[in-house]
Design a protein around this ligand. Structure first.
Ligand SMILES: Cc1ncc(COP(=O)(O)O)c(C=O)c1O
Length: 274
């Protein structure tokens, strides 16, 4: 959407699934020497594969020093700020210039309710704002016209899908769900560690963990097929440093201890057969 070609995107290496800040600094210097103009750094608070949280304070320092916009992809993780543990893990998130986050993930709300927070609203005044005579007048008091800050003119009322459940139920049940999932994933990790055929590839920082079968990728793939065919749990897979991993992501408000317990008993049994 920004019209930036893929070649201009630079991926920063990770140490233990987190952005290497030394590498980030090295790449900025290298790019500037080549005459390029880095202008944004994007960190992730809760990566898709492992739920890892990048070192946000350090990235923010580099961004400030190098005069870069600092965006955080918090699609999955940012809303853990609602929890005590999240506030610790995500310390420094306020240093970002912008944060994307998805209530349709972390608050179990209907799909398509992604949000963007920007620190300085005036940065959202784009050139395409139209003042043609057929346009309704822009709001004068406080609020702004969303048509001026998004690509859409006629648009769906997406905010209602977030506003209404929170207005009706309050925020407490959403927080409780996340607190429950944080406890459950800790317990899940212990259970998986106790299964001799399995190994943890990424410990959970929030509510995602990745594990594999010790017999290698074929066994891991077979195990995942068996689990998903059973239907108690639905797990996804990803490649982690060249190794196939099974990924558990706990968010859904219908997943509780009893279902996980049944699923993990099945996993322990199936792991022996792979
Ligand atoms: C870290 C992260 N960013 C972005 C996305 C994409 O989110 P969406 O499908 O809501 O656009 C995901 C999806 O899993 C994600 O985990």
């Amino acid at each position: 959407m920004l019209g930036l070609p893929k070649e201009n995107l630079r991926l920063v290496k990770a140490d233990n699934h987190k952005m290497s800040v030394a590498e980030l600094e090295r790449m900025i210097t290298e790019d500037r020497k080549k005459g390029m103009n880095p202008f944004i750094v994007i960190g992730t608070t809760g990566t898709t594969k492992t739920g890892s949280v990048d070192p946000i304070n350090d990235i923010a320092s580099v961004a400030k020093k190098e005069n870069l916009w600092f965006h955080i992809d918090g699609a999955y993780g940012a809303l853990f700020m609602l929890t005590e543990k999240g506030k610790e893990v995500l310390k420094g998130i306020h240093l970002a210039d912008s944060i994307g986050f998805d209530p349709h993930k972390t608050l179990s709300l209907p799909y398509g309710t992604g949000c963007l927070l920007v620190k300085d609203g005036s940065t959202m005044n784009f050139d395409y704002i139209s003042d043609d005579s057929y346009m309704p007048p822009t709001p004068t008091q406080g609020d702004h016209d969303y048509a001026d800050i998004t690509p859409e003119l006629s648009r769906d009322y997406r905010g209602l899908r977030v506003w209404l459940p929170i207005k009706t139920l309050g925020i407490a049940p959403f927080v409780l769900n996340l607190e429950e999932k944080l406890k459950l994933i800790e317990w899940t990790e212990k259970e998986i560690k106790a299964i001799p055929e399995l190994e943890i590839l990424a410990s959970p920082e929030l509510t995602i963990l990745a594990f594999a079968h010790k017999n290698g990728d074929a066994a891991t793939r077979l195990l995942m097929e068996k689990i998903n065919n059973r239907g108690t749990l639905f797990l996804s897979s990803c490649m982690l440093n060249g190794k196939l991993a099974i990924r558990i992501c706990l968010l859904a408000f219908r997943v509780h201890y009893s279902r996980l317990n049944t699923g993990l008993t099945e996993i322990a049994q199936m792991a022996k057969e792979c």
